[in-house]
Design a protein around this ligand. Sequence first.
Ligand code: KG4
Ligand code: ZN
Length: 353
Amino acid sequence: MKIVAIETSCDETAVAVIEVIDDRIIVLSNIISSQVALHEQFGGVVPALAAREHAANIQLVYEAALKEAFGNLKLEIRNYPIDLIAVTRGPGLGPALLVGITFARTLAWKLQKPLIGVDHMDGHVHSNWLGDGTLNADVFPALNLIVSGGHTDIMLMRNHGDYQLIGETLDDAVGEAFDKVGRLIGLAYPGGPKVSKLALSGNPQKYPLPRPMLTSKNFDFSYSGLKTAVLYLIRDLTGGTRELTDIEKADIAASFQEAAIDVLIQKTKRAAQAHSVASIMLSGGVSANTLLRERLTTLCSSIGIQCMLPEMKYTTDNAAMIAAAAYFMWQKNPSGWKWEDCQMDANLRLGTR
Ligand code: KG4
Ligand code: ZN
């Protein structure tokens, strides 16, 4: 079965084609057009601009994905061998989501194929199924650590589509904290990858920063206090009268990253033990963080459970992960996916608490 998927929830216009043969997922194409350079000048994603860019690019990205997947078949669009269409229907920026959903609905209507609306976060989780292509079920129950610019969730996953939210951030997401700290030390948006790169040359023990909610009994997080602690640290260092030195910046980046990841790992460890899971899975944009990947791998081997990390190319927003999530939704319920029923929900929430 071949699935084409569309993702426009934030600042990447993405289209992918996957094929599932004998319980193996093969990514035939995964095209991503990033708007990062456009939004950089505003210090964050501007929804109306994102939507305009998605609208300008989606057809081109779609054609590129089909061409890569099927070669230059010179087929009429309706003759491409597509069995199912998938699209991100939330959560995300409303105007941006609408572009992808409208495109997908039109495509499904034209091709007379089923259309599945996917939760973006379910997509991130399924980036873990894109690696070597095996659809192993022995990973369940799995503990998902979902970390992005909008989410910091610990989710118990008993099967595909069966999620229970057992912990979340009460304020800022961890990716958001990385971005805000990046801005405080003068790095362009998105700060996450730049902060982690800078941290490589810094001393993570230089500045003792708080580990918010580390000792709380629940699995919730709070990142706004850590960001504020960095703000006060910078104020104390410079007195507001000078710039930070390069060494100070690197030490702040390393100390912040250490604190942010320490809380993630400690809480994940306790949640995994409390729920006796078979595996821990990492996903979301922050899953690209090398230190987090290393620490999670070490944690899993120390407690003797499987560790699943998405391949680096699937850590940030992409449509292949949306296609993979849609496959399992389709497998559970192979009929009744009408294009008319696929509606946007910008506040979609994965799992029940
Ligand atoms: O999942 P994603 O691409 O978009 C959302 O759905 O939010 O995640 C983007 C987030 C941003 O906050 C970005 O700074 C963060 O992921 N990020 C990182 C790294 N790479 C991306 N944070 C820390 N370290 C990284 N290497
Ligand atoms: Zn995302």
